[in-house]
Unconditional design. Structure first.
Length: 396
């Protein structure tokens, strides 16, 4: 309620510089006219035109609100008690705002006092408290009734109604217990499991590691993920990591023969002119220039490689209809690569630094297939979690 009042006042202040008090009054914007007039009167309490606008706007706003309350009471709709309460809050706040002004005096054109400002203040405290009680009672009864209907969507509606009770009273009856019941009943429960369609052997810890996906940050108000069965729990959806491909390639060693060459300086030679004579510089010295030769080195590079792949699908099943309603393909790899170089002949100086670094390097052993599958499974976890996050909206 306080939040609504804040936004209401803020919207009035936002347009306060654009419309005069009298124009707002004539347009039926009574509360805006009141705030605008009060703003003017704080600067000049003797401004009769603003006092007259304030009186008219106040009386019309009060009348409008009391008429609305009378209509709602005749209508007899219990779901309107929150509106009645908000109107009484508005009336009380409006009166409190007027009371913050000094005593206003209406004057004639000669600035002679004619009368005091006319504002009829009505004590609405009893009505305000009654409507607050009635509104809280309605939302409580309606929320509990929705909860008793069963079904998670009714429970969510019940939770919303019961939350409204908390805006009126923080400890109304057993409101906290009812909210806990509604939240629990309204949660979509999702079981997350792994299965495989092929008889391939897996590391003993593979499934355990794959299922170590942190799902806590995926849990929201109305969705909760589980990775192990809880006795007596009915799950709304089942999400399976369905493995269809589990493959480790053979250990490959490919040899590549090649040569690397480069030019290096190999002494000096005299620079000759077109007649075959040695050229001289400006000081009479013979001009020499560097002489180059090409050197080459022959090598064989052995490249070691191995790959593991885990692939399949992320399948979404509706537990109530036993229907598959969404499938996403998933796949992840792990790679092993290494290499070393052996010199077959020639000048090692011809090799690039990258090739030189591979000379004499001790090759790494090929990893265990199960270790590679575990690494691929670790890569798959990130993909699965991202898909679960992207698809969370379909699990309502």
């Amino acid at each position: 309620m306080k939040k609504l009042l804040f936004h209401f006042i803020a919207s009035l202040l936002l347009i306060a510089g654009c419309v005069s008090s009298e124009k707002a009054l004539n347009k039926g914007q009574y509360d805006f006219a009141i705030h605008h007039a009060i703003k003017k009167l704080r600067k000049n309490p003797d401004k009769t035109s603003e006092i007259l606008v304030l009186e008219k706007a106040y009386n019309k706003a009060q009348q409008e609100d009391f008429d609305r309350i009378a209509f709602i009471q005749k209508e007899g709709s219990p779901d309107k008690w929150d509106e009645v309460y908000s109107i009484y809050v508005r009336i009380k706040n409006r009166q409190a705002l007027i009371k913050t002004l000094p005593e206003l005096t209406v004057r004639d054109n000669n600035k002679k006092a004619v009368r005091k400002g006319k504002f009829n203040f009505i004590d609405v405290d009893n009505e305000l408290l009654l409507s607050k009680q009635k509104a809280a009672e309605y939302f409580y009864v309606h929320g509990v009734a929705l909860l008793q209907k069963g079904g998670r969507f009714n429970a969510r509606d019940a939770y919303a109604e019961l939350q409204k009770v908390k805006t009126y009273y923080s400890n109304f009856k057993d409101i906290d217990d009812q909210l806990v019941k509604a939240q629990e009943a309204g949660v979509t429960k999702v079981m997350f499991k792994m299965k495989k369609e092929i008889p391939a052997s897996l590391p003993p810890t593979f499934e355990q590691e794959l299922m170590k996906i942190s799902l806590q940050d995926l849990n929201q108000n109305w969705i909760r993920y589980y990775t192990s069965d809880i006795k007596g729990t009915d799950y709304d959806y089942m999400v399976f990591v369905n493995l269809k491909t589990i493959d480790v390639s053979p250990e490959l060693a490919k040899e590549k023969y090649y040569s690397e060459s480069k030019q290096v300086q190999d002494g000096w030679e005299y620079q000759m002119d077109f007649k075959g004579n040695v050229m001289k510089d400006s000081l009479g010295n013979d001009i020499k220039k560097p002489k180059y030769k090409t050197i080459t080195c022959n090598v064989v590079e052995t490249h070691l490689s191995k790959q593991a792949r885990v692939a399949g699908s992320l399948d979404y099943w509706d537990s109530h209809t036993n229907q598959l309603f969404k499938t996403d393909n998933i796949a992840a790899d792990s790679f092993f690569e290494d290499g070393f170089v052996v010199v077959l002949g020639g000048d090692v100086s011809a090799l690039t630094p990258e090739t030189k670094n591979k000379i004499g390097k001790k090759p790494m052993p090929f990893p265990n297939p199960f270790d590679m599958l575990l690494q691929a499974g670790g890569n798959l976890k990130g993909m699965v979690k991202n898909l679960l996050y992207e698809n969370r909206c379909i699990l309502n």
